[in-house]
Design a protein around this ligand. Structure first.
Ligand code: PSU
Ligand code: MN
Length: 302
């Protein structure tokens, strides 16, 4: 039994050299509350199709890596109780144990690369957590970006994280963070972060040229194309920081630790913002998907 399955339309597009964009699925399994998780996934796929590329959402369903999900498989993942959150460390175990789960940025990059898909869209990558000095919580996404040649189109890393430390870590690992028509790292919900990027591309054509040059030079690893959230949906950073500060002090007073901290913070941010962070999250996922499709078209046509 083959444990790595390409959906027909994805396989055909790849065989014909047509543009394909991978999508992660942890945002379905863990990142967004129902029914918004399924909606975000469907909207991202539709945005990629509308921009002239083929979407390939990646997940593990019943122990099989699926590159390209049917709508019923998307629903299946969204409905699964206790789905696995898959990264480099537990991907093989999930396959052997017939598990179902969402792939993080790290696992999606691994599967995309195996399927020969070079462009991948998501909301935000994992990163260095605030308080990393004590917890050592640094997402495996960062190490994956340093080793696997896939371009991740995203709005930076979630502002819950320690963004300056995340940027330092990426620079140390030699991962380019390329701002798309911006010289500032977006802070996920916000256009601004106050963090200056070392490089930017004026448009997707220039980004495609930079990526092609990196492959020619055989520089290992992938890159981040950092896309600010669309202006009409973006939230001011100062406002988001206030919500984060109060949510973090609640975490301390409740005494939460470990894996449960981030889901708690995300839920509280949604509540404190009256649902605005959720609206912004959905909008930027869709926008990044469309941008990734434009990039994939540039790459497949040069
Ligand atoms: N950023 C978000 N929402 C998410 C994630 C990141 O705004 O759901 C997910 C991504 O799939 C990312 C993962 O790859 O969280 C990182 O998890 P960890 O920090 O455990 O590596
Ligand atoms: Mn982590």
């Amino acid at each position: 039994m083959d444990s790595f399955i390409l959906q027909d339309d994805v396989a055909e597009a790849l065989a014909d050299g047509l543009p394909v964009v991978a999508l992660e699925s942890t945002l379905i399994s863990h990142g967004l509350p129902a029914p918004h998780n399924l909606q975000a996934a469907q909207k991202a796929e539709a945005a990629i199709r509308a921009a002239g590329a083929v979407p390939a959402t990646i997940a593990v369903i019943d122990g099989r890596v699926r590159v390209g999900l049917s709508n019923s498989e998307l629903e299946r993942l969204a409905d699964t109780d206790n789905p696995w959150k898959l990264s480099r460390d537990n991907l093989a175990t999930a396959i052997v144990q017939n598990a179902t789960g969402g792939t993080t940025v790290a696992a999606t990059m691994i599967c995309s690369h195996q399927a020969r898909i070079g462009v991948f869209a998501t909301g935000g990558i994992g990163g260095v957590h605030r308080g990393w000095q004590e917890s050592l919580d640094i997402s495996a996404d960062l190490r994956e970006l340093a080793r696997t040649p896939v371009t991740v189109v995203c709005s930076g890393a979630k502002s819950l994280l320690d963004l300056p430390a995340t940027l330092e870590y990426l620079e140390t690992m030699g991962v380019p963070v390329i701002g798309l028509a911006t010289h500032e790292l977006p802070a996920f919900f916000s256009i601004e972060s106050g963090l200056v990027l070392r490089q930017s591309a004026s448009n997707v054509a220039e980004a495609a040229a930079i990526i092609a040059k990196r492959r020619t030079l055989q520089l290992e690893g992938g890159e981040i194309l950092a896309v600010p959230p669309p202006a009409q949906a973006a939230l001011p950073q100062a406002q988001v920081e206030q919500w984060i500060d109060s949510a973090i002090s609640e975490v301390r007073s409740v005494g939460l630790r470990g894996q449960s901290v981030t889901p708690f913070l995300l839920t509280r941010l949604r509540e404190l913002s009256g649902g605005r962070t959720l609206t912004t999250n959905m909008a930027l996922i869709e926008h990044n998907a469309a941008t990734a499709a434009a990039l994939a078209r540039e790459i497949c046509c040069v």
